[in-house]
Design a protein around this ligand. Structure first.
Ligand code: ZN
Ligand code: ZN
Length: 236
């Protein structure tokens, strides 16, 4: 909890020991069982419908339902379909649809995406599709958003109905393994993408520059801070 003292403490990121809020978390893996909302351990509780997302408690589940219900049922349908081995599941935000849909696109073994412009951005040259990557440190993958930059404003693009500003036209969310990155096919997107994705879009709405995303952390008390910093506590 922020205290008067900690609010006055230096926040200069140029001095690593001054990142007093920072608690490193291990890179999660696909099998890490943490709550999608608060990131506490959640070994037993899966969404009973899709069995794809974990919560530590019913209160976290209720808090997330508004977002999760958008994709829960559709995820069950999408995962029940037979698919081609080279395909990967992405989340497609059609500009006029009120909800995103899971859809499959083909990838080459070297990570080349084949289906993006043909199926999801009809009539958009590859060079106009920007792919913007970001990482939430509680996820075992990084997220990439593909969208039409429409550089010469040649196309009349509607504001994307399910994502809102600043996105216009279709948007595709992809997930990539943090280690192999773009040199291998994407991973299958699942329902865990919704919360970090919507949080990121919310940030983009406010600010159009580079974003340093940090999760809220426990703040040290005055005593804890003094124990760590010794006589330097409070010095800039
Ligand atoms: Zn939780
Ligand atoms: Zn579900």
């Amino acid at each position: 909890m922020p205290t008067k003292t900690s609010a006055a403490l230096p926040q200069d990121f140029g001095h690593p020991h001054l990142l007093e809020d920072y608690t490193p978390v291990p890179q999660p893996t696909i099998t890490t069982k943490i709550c999608a909302v608060c990131h506490a351990s959640a070994p037993h509780t899966l969404c009973s419908k899709c069995r794809n997302i974990r919560y530590c408690s019913t209160s976290c589940q209720e808090l997330d339902w508004k977002l999760h219900k958008v994709v829960c049922k559709h995820y069950i349908e999408a995962t029940a379909q037979t698919r081609c081995p080279s395909s990967r599941r992405v989340l497609y935000f059609h500009p006029l649809a009120s909800k995103p849909t899971f859809t499959d696109i083909p990838f080459g073994p070297d990570g080349t995406v084949y289906g993006l412009s043909e199926h999801l951005f009809p009539g958009v040259p590859d060079a106009d599709i920007k792919r913007l990557s970001f990482h939430d440190r509680f996820l075992p993958y990084f997220i990439q958003l593909a969208y039409d930059t429409n550089p010469d404003k040649k196309r009349e693009l509607e504001e994307n109905r399910s994502l809102g500003r600043p996105f216009r036209g279709p948007v595709v969310a992809l997930a990539y393994d943090a280690e192999t990155g773009l040199s291998a096919p994407a991973l299958d997107v699942d329902t865990t993408i919704m919360r970090p994705l919507m949080q990121y879009v919310e940030l983009r709405r406010e600010y159009d520059g580079p974003i340093f995303v940090e999760q809220p952390q426990k703040r040290y008390t005055k005593g804890e801070w003094k124990a760590i910093m010794g006589d330097d506590a409070g010095c800039v």
